[in-house]
Design a protein around this ligand. Structure first.
Ligand code: BES
Ligand code: MN
Ligand code: ZN
Length: 484
């Protein structure tokens, strides 16, 4: 989909979204199209009243005017604004119109300006338009709509469209790799995506480490997890360089890339195990952010790392009781082979020290406990740096790609004590999302660090099963904010 801004597009538009506020109040654009009182008449006869979620189609000559209930002007929330865009798009997407003017920019979202109205509209509609049918013999019908135009003209509007298109593209890129089945999307596949991205973008350079290189570096924890798998682990490093000072310290993003997590010898139950193909959504989000960056060309240095690996049981798999020596020298007693994400990440977090990072953010579908704590709406945020945590929280509020901080105080480290090694890989029953973060914090002492647990937010279950592309929006906004 193409997105643009043009004040004069309303004249002769093939289709238009027009807001109607509660109690039948006409928005400015509705007034314009109420030539002979057609819209007022529809309101009068009860066809639409302005409640959120309502739509009614009106034809004026060759133009399709979609009236959209928009609630009380000035009081609508971000979520409601997204809902009306979703509804409107669903109502029009089957039509023959190739271009559409979205005049829901008349709607004032509580506490937000035009920039955010356009950001939310573009990102919402683009996500709504997403289909993943790569593995269907019969493909989804292609929609006729090619361009959505906002009837405004300003620097602010152009910037919003540019930012939103890049975020939408990043989200789509993340969803595509994440939805891909685990017999196709394995660690090598992730590495191939990273290499292809570097071929497309001069600003990105990709290098890939295999198991031989990892062994030379002493990444025994990472390799321990991979030991039961046939597919080789691959650590993909995408270096984006566009800071005016080429020596500027990079922001490093590390994504958990378990392309399948069966739990290993501590095998998971069969129900819903297919969803563990999504255990690479951290890596997918890093890949998505790098794709967004390639479009935005922000003046930053950013390194995106995907820690690709599989966790499977076989005769050679690592065992509960095994003690692994990590790359930074700490030893870890494996008490549950299903707590594998932290083992893959701890060595990757040590590996990235070599980049002398400005800060490191890891993104991981790390714990079921995080979903118990926060549900499926907020990602868990754990950090040893209050400023970095505040910056990530701010980006999450701006984009409504929500995250909530969990405490990380010394007490939690005690839950990770082992009688035989420096650390155990699990911290007992309580506070599992925090003890997982506490485990990682032992490997992040050389830089500012934050951790996002996206176990609850990275994909949807049930009828709308599929990757969400979160937290590409949050992370891209964090990077945009770094430039201001
Ligand atoms: N990938 C899982 C976490 C997960 C579980 C994400 C369910 C989303 C939904 C992770 O590797 C894992 O298995 N974690 C264990 C840790 C436990 C053994 C301490 C968990 O959460 O049960
Ligand atoms: Mn696991
Ligand atoms: Zn896992």
């Amino acid at each position: 989909m193409k997105y643009s801004a043009n004040l004069t597009a309303l004249n002769g538009a093939e289709a238009v979204f027009v807001a109607i506020f509660e109690e039948g109040k006409l928005s400015a654009t509705a007034e314009k199209f109420d030539h002979q009182g057609e819209i007022s008449a529809l309101i009068k006869c009860g066809e639409i009243s302005g409640k959120i979620g309502e739509t009614a189609l009106l034809r004026q000559g060759s133009q399709r005017i979609l009236l959209v209930g928009a609630g009380k002007q000035g009081e609508i929330s971000e979520r409601q604004f997204k809902q009306i865009n979703q509804k409107a798009f669903q109502a029009i997407k089957g039509s023959a119109a190739k271009t559409l003017v979205n005049a829901l920019t008349d709607v004032q979202i509580k506490g937000r300006d035009l920039y955010w109205a356009i950001r939310f509209a573009v990102e919402t509609i683009d996500a709504e338009n997403y289909v993943f049918d790569a593995f269907k013999s019969k493909k989804a019908d292609t929609i006729k709509l090619e361009e959505i135009i906002f009837p405004v003209e300003s620097e602010e509007a152009n910037r919003a469209i540019q930012h939103a298109s890049a975020v939408a593209f990043g989200v789509k890129s993340a969803r595509d790799v994440a939805n891909c089945p685990p017999n196709v999307c394995n660690p090598k596949y992730l590495a191939e995506q990273a290499k292809t991205l570097a071929k497309q973008t001069a600003l990105i350079k990709t290098t890939v480490l295999g198991e031989k290189e990892m062994a030379e570096l002493g990444m025994q924890a990472y390799l321990g997890v991979s030991q039961g798998a046939q597919n080789e682990a691959q650590l993909s490093v995408m270096e984006y360089k566009n800071h005016p000072n080429p020596d500027a310290k990079p922001i490093v993003l590390v994504g958990k890339g378990l392309t399948f997590d069966a739990g290993g010898i501590s095998l998971k139950p069969a129900a819903d195990m297919d969803e563990m193909k999504y255990d690479m959504c951290g890596a997918a989000s890093v890949y998505g952010v790098m794709n967004a960056l390639a479009q935005l060309q922000l003046p930053l240095n950013v390194i995106g790392v995907m820690a690709g690996c599989e966790n499977l049981p076989d005769g050679n798999a690592y065992r509960p009781g095994d003690i692994l020596t990590t790359m930074n020298g700490l030893t870890v007693e494996v008490l549950n082979t299903d707590a594998e994400g932290r083992l893959v990440l701890c060595d990757t977090l040590t590996y990235v020290e070599r980049f002398e990072p400005e800060c490191v953010i890891d993104i991981a579908t790390l714990t079921g406990a995080c979903v118990v704590a926060l549900g499926q709406h907020n990602s868990g945020l754990v950090s040893t740096d209050d400023e970095l945590a505040a910056q990530l929280f701010q980006a999450s509020q701006q984009t409504q790609d929500k995250a909530w901080r969990l405490p990380l105080s010394e007490e939690y480290q005690e839950q990770l004590k082992s009688p035989f090694a420096d650390l155990a890989n699990i911290g007992g029953r309580w506070g599992g999302a925090i003890t997982a973060g506490a485990f990682l914090s032992n490997f992040t002492k050389k830089y500012r660090w934050a951790h996002l647990d996206i176990a609850g937010t990275a994909w949807l279950q049930g009828a709308n099963k599929g990757a969400t592309g979160r937290p590409v929006g949050l992370l891209t906004q964090f990077l945009i904010n770094q430039c201001q």
